[in-house]
Every structure is written in structure tokens, then in C-alpha cells.
Design a protein around this ligand. Structure first.
Ligand SMILES: *Cc1c(COP(=O)(O)O)cnc(C)c1O
Length: 454
């Protein structure tokens, strides 16, 4: 493996990484994957507890998706998607609309999550321009939001680590103080509050209402912020507010869509329909890059007219609606239809909760264990009572990640939030292994001498 690691580092610049770290901790070269496991060149297995950045849902090397992909590659790999189409895209659009929240009935394809967010923002802005709301030029987004890494998407995000340096380049987004259930300023519980925090959003949105095109939100879980879960009532209230103020609601379901939270789409927890919905990540089962922006008829129609009216949405990506990706997505959605995925996940999610809850409760460095469906997170803190985070320069999460990795589990925490977001095909014994390894790595870390925490 060493030779490959050296060759990798000679030319490759890895994403979301300080490359200097790789000098003492070289990249793990993966040869193949099966189910919830990945195997390196020496045959060491790694349990993919984070679904390879939240994309994989039915496991690596999934036989059904493999077959669908092979079938498609014999027919057509790709074709220009402007004025051309193909069966996988058509079937996929039909299936998406069938399962999407009601009112969404047109599908615009792209090839990654950030692009879907860019499209959603452009469409909303463009819509308002075309219907005569020319003063609506801004977007609103929540504190701690994450919507991707391109400049437009970063503009509506609020994770300083990713965006601070680029601030001079970004759009002037209205930042709304969002829910923070773990450190609730009202000292309420997520399960029995009256979403008191919504009043701050309401105030801010109302004040700027006439300037706003849309509010963009990650429904139910702000994943990149550290799997921050908030009550469905918040979404309900936001939907009504947007309706009253004539503002679009954009739901970014890129991470939470396709069953992650226990419902097909997280919006269903609140029984709401957004005006625009972005999906990606799990859509192809984690096989190929693809995204889709689902919109209401009303939005579609604002762009509809004679060519000379110049109303069309002239946005494109070279790989828009790629046929191989669409074929994988169709197979993925067929699996949802044919195999009782959500009910199976409910049992697995329950098992994950059972294994974590008690252990987290008595742990001196765990501030909260939280879970919704197949997303479960452990937030590490230096002081449990006062919920004090660790100094970020200690890189507590990163150190625990490396310990768990040596034991064969890929955790890759978000700061000091460790989380489990495994492929749905994970088996009970692997769930046990995943959670035991996480807890033993946490404990091993805090037992290290000389850190001053004990
Ligand atoms: C991952 C993610 C994105 C960006 O998707 P990419 O394909 O990585 O560009 C946007 N929004 C959310 C909520 C995400 O989790």
C-alpha cells in the first residue's frame, strides 16, 4: 500500500483536508467495497459508518445497482440533455414526483448537491424578477446552515470554518438565528418545546420580507453543523410564514432525503411541501454524482413562454441528467418500492438508539446523544453540566476518528460530534461493532496520560 500512498500524494490534493496531516497519516487506499464495508489494498476491512459522506444507502458493490449500471452502460452512457432525453431520466423524474411532497411536479437535473442549490437560488431569484418582484434580491438562511461549497451555496451557509475567508465574495444573505436544541437559550427540550426560537426567525424575516426571494433550510437536521436535530414544528411555522410573506421555501434534502430520517423526505415530518426541493447524495445509492431540483408548477410557469420573451432558465451543466447516474437512481428508487426499506430501517435505528443512549447518559464527556432515524450523533464536551466544548485546537474528534479507524471503523466526525450514518444494509452485528468501537475509542482517548482531563 505504501507505494500507492506515495504516488497518491505526489499529485493528488484531497478535499476537505490539510494535506500536511497526510504526511504522518497517509491516505487509505481502498481496493473494493461490499455492503457496509470497504477494504484497503492489504485487505483490512473498514466499516463505513458515515456512508462515504452520506451518499451510500444500499451498500457498496450492491448487486442490483451494479446490474442496472451494467445494463445501462451497454445502451447509452450520456447524451446532451438539452432537447434530448433518455428512458432512465424520464423514469427517474416520474418516480421522484410520485414520492415527493405534493405540489412539486417538475424536475430539473444537475450533477451534484451544490449545483442543485445554485439552481434553486437562481430559479427563485429569477422567478421573482419575472413576476415583477424586482426588489426581492436576497436569500435568508439559518445559523449553522450548510448548503455546499460553491460560492452561491457558501453564501447561504453559515459554517465559519468553510466560508469565513471567502466572505468578501459572497452574497449578502440574511442570517436567521436558527434552532439550537442542545444549547437551547430557553432551556427547553426538543421534544416538548413550543419552538420559542422561531420568534427570532419570524421577526427577522418579517422585517426584511420585501427583500427576500426565498428561505433555504435543511429540513429537520442540520447535518454538517453536527447533526443538529430540531422539531418539525419549526418547519411548519416557517412554511406558513413564507406563505404569508410571499417568499419561497427551499428545502435542501440533499443529506436527509431518501429515508435518512425515517421518512422518505424529512419535510414529511412536518407534513409540508417546499416550493423548491434539492436532492442528491443518496439518489444514486451512492454510485454516481447526480442531483435534482424539484419545483412547483407555479415556478415552472414563470419561465414558460415564447422564446422571444426571453424567460427561459438557461442554466446547464455538461453532465446534467447523466444516463448512467439516472439508471442507478431508478434502481435505487425501485429498491425503496420493492423492499420495505423504511420499516427495516426503523428497527435498525431503534437498535442503534438502544445501544447508545444509556452509555452516553453516564459518560463524563458526552453532552448529548441525539438521533432521528438512521442519523445518530454523540456530541463531546469538556464539561457535561455546562455543555462546554473542547478547545478546537485539541482536535478531539479527529483524534478519536484516528483511533476508531485503526480498529476498522470510519467515523470522520464533524468537529467534536461523532455520528453514525451507516448504509441501510448494515447488519445488527455490525451496528454493535460500530458503536462499541466508537465508545471504546472515546474512552481510550480520554485515558491517554498527560491531557489533564482526568
Ligand atoms: C452535501 C450537501 C450539499 C452539497 O452537495 P455536494 O454534492 O457535496 O456539492 C448541500 N446541502 C447539504 C445539506 C449537504 O449535506
Amino acid at each position: 500500500m505504501k507505494d500507492w500512498q506515495e504516488r497518491d500524494l505526489k499529485y493528488i490534493w484531497h478535499p476537505c483536508s490539510q494535506m500536511k496531516d497526510y504526511e504522518e497519516f497517509p491516505p487509505i487506499i481502498i481496493s473494493h467495497g461490499r455492503g457496509a464495508y470497504l477494504f484497503d489494498l492489504e485487505g483490512k476491512p473498514y466499516l463505513d459508518a458515515i456512508s462515504s459522506w452520506w451518499v451510500n444507502i444500499f451498500g457498496h458493490g450492491n448487486e442490483r445497482i451494479n446490474r442496472a449500471l451494467k445494463r445501462q452502460v451497454e445502451e447509452l452512457e450520456h447524451v446532451i440533455f438539452s432537447h434530448f432525453s433518455h428512458r432512465p431520466a424520464i423514469e427517474l423524474a416520474e418516480k421522484l414526483i410520485k414520492i415527493a411532497p405534493s405540489g412539486l411536479n417538475k424536475v430539473f437535473f444537475a450533477d451534484n448537491g451544490s449545483s442543485a442549490v445554485e439552481i434553486a437560488l437562481k430559479m427563485s431569484f429569477h422567478y421573482h424578477q419575472q413576476v415583477g418582484n424586482s426588489k426581492r434580491t436576497r436569500f435568508a438562511a439559518l445559523s449553522n446552515a450548510y448548503h455546499g461549497e460553491t460560492l452561491g451555496a457558501l453564501s447561504v451557509g453559515d459554517i465559519d470554518l468553510y466560508s469565513r475567508i471567502y466572505r468578501p465574495l459572497l452574497l449578502n444573505t440574511l442570517k436567521i438565528p436558527g434552532p439550537d436544541c442542545f444549547r437551547c437559550p430557553w432551556e427547553k427540550e426538543r421534544t416538548n418545546c413550543n419552538v420559542e426560537c422561531f420568534s427570532r426567525a419570524e421577526e427577522s424575516i418579517k422585517k426584511h420580507s420585501q427583500e427576500l426571494c426565498a428561505v433555504i433550510i435543511e429540513p429537520i437536521v442540520q447535518c454538517a453543523a453536527g447533526m443538529k436535530i430540531y422539531p418539525a414544528r419549526y418547519l411548519e411555522k416557517l412554511r406558513s410564514l413564507c406563505d404569508r410573506e410571499g417568499i419561497h421555501l427551499i428545502a435542501d434534502e440533499i443529506a436527509v432525503g431518501f429515508g435518512r430520517t425515517g421518512k422518505m423526505f424529512a419535510c414529511e415530518h412536518a407534513k409540508i411541501s417546499p416550493d423548491i426541493m434539492c436532492v442528491s447524495k443518496g439518489i444514486t445509492g451512492g454510485y454516481l454524482p447526480l442531483s435534482a431540483v424539484l419545483v412547483s408548477e407555479d415556478i415552472y410557469h414563470a419561465f414558460y413562454g415564447d422564446y422571444t420573451e426571453l424567460k427561459a432558465f438557461l442554466h446547464s451543466h455538461s453532465y446534467t441528467g447523466n444516463a448512467l447516474a439516472c439508471a442507478c437512481a431508478v434502481e435505487t428508487l425501485l429498491m425503496f418500492e420493492e423492499e420495505d426499506v423504511l420499516a427495516q430501517n426503523e428497527k435498525k435505528a431503534y437498535f442503534i438508539g438502544e445501544l447508545c443512549r444509556e452509555r452516553a447518559k453516564s459518560h463524563p464527556y458526552i453532552g448529548e446523544f441525539r438521533q432521528i432515524g438512521m442519523i445518530a450523533a454523540i456530541e463531546l464536551v469538556s464539561n457535561r453540566e455546562r455543555k462546554i466544548p473542547f478547545d478546537w485546537t485539541e482536535r478531539v474528534g479527529y483524534r478519536i476518528y484516528r483511533l476508531a479507524l485503526s480498529k476498522g471503523v470510519i467515523l470522520r466526525p464533524l468537529g467534536d460530534v461523532l455520528y453514525f450514518m451507516p448504509p441501510y444494509c448494515i447488519e445488527e452485528k455490525d451496528i454493535e461493532f460500530m458503536i462499541d468501537t466508537a465508545f471504546s475509542s472515546i474512552d481510550e482517548y480520554f485515558r491517554l496520560p498527560g491531557r489533564g482531563h482526568r
